[in-house]
Design a protein around this ligand. Sequence first.
Ligand code: KIV
Length: 294
Amino acid sequence: MARKKVTIHTLQARKAAREPITMITAYDYPTALAVDQAGVDVILVGDSLGMVVLGYSNTLPVTMEEMLHHAKAVARANPSALLVGDLPFMAYQADLAEAVRNAGRFLKEAGMDAVKLEGGQEMVSTIEAIVRAGIPVMGHIGLTPQSLHKLGGYRLQGRTAVDARRLLEDALALEAAGCFAIVLEMVPEPVATAITQRLRIPTIGIGAGSGCDGQVLVLHDLLGLFDRFTPRFVKKYADLHREIVRAVQAYCEDVRSHRFPGPEHAFSMDPEELAAFQVMLEAFPAPTPVEESK
Ligand code: KIV
């Protein structure tokens, strides 16, 4: 039986009931089917796809068209999970109207239920404009990978009391602007816990400890499918990269040793048709084998 569709109200109820929210990324149809079947609450079509699927060295080159392409594939799985499309770098920073239009494309063209964007108090007017257009917005503060160069690398954020206070103020500003949830990425556990306790909306942590209302991981990290590097906060539940290499090696060996395809993978023919075909073949002699040059 299909699960009941998860909405932003479901997430709010989870926070009230202190039931942890589960969120995971997915970027295509088969993984969306699988993670939804596993019962995840939120599927994020994250711009992390730029790194783990498209092979960019960071998320900055990802375009709206690339995001929509993947978001549409995820939506075709018709998941019960809440679907969140991640606004890529420069889709919302330069211009308010452009931000609203791009956020709208995720719902109108790609079948997403909500969008996510990165940034703190400087994003308040953008969030307000998108929410005014009827589009639910998930915030994202702490380590915001689209600001990689401003932050000087993928570093823990909110280490000092002053920085931690600024993160709390950012979170409160995002809540007041209308966000329905906020991702807290790579912040010390006590800071994430304090923010979570002071917000009415849920927090979803990644590298932010166990005090958040929910957790998110990048699917390819969890599955061990992205072998370039693994952040310390990731728990690997499988090693699919190794498993793929093993399976493809076995396939190559089977082909080279004539073990694949076997009779069970081949199709036979009606004996009378085959006999008639063999007679016809006499008019088509096989070419004489070309001698290998020495
Ligand atoms: O793009 C992404 O996958 C994300 C998560 C890490 C939260 O933003």
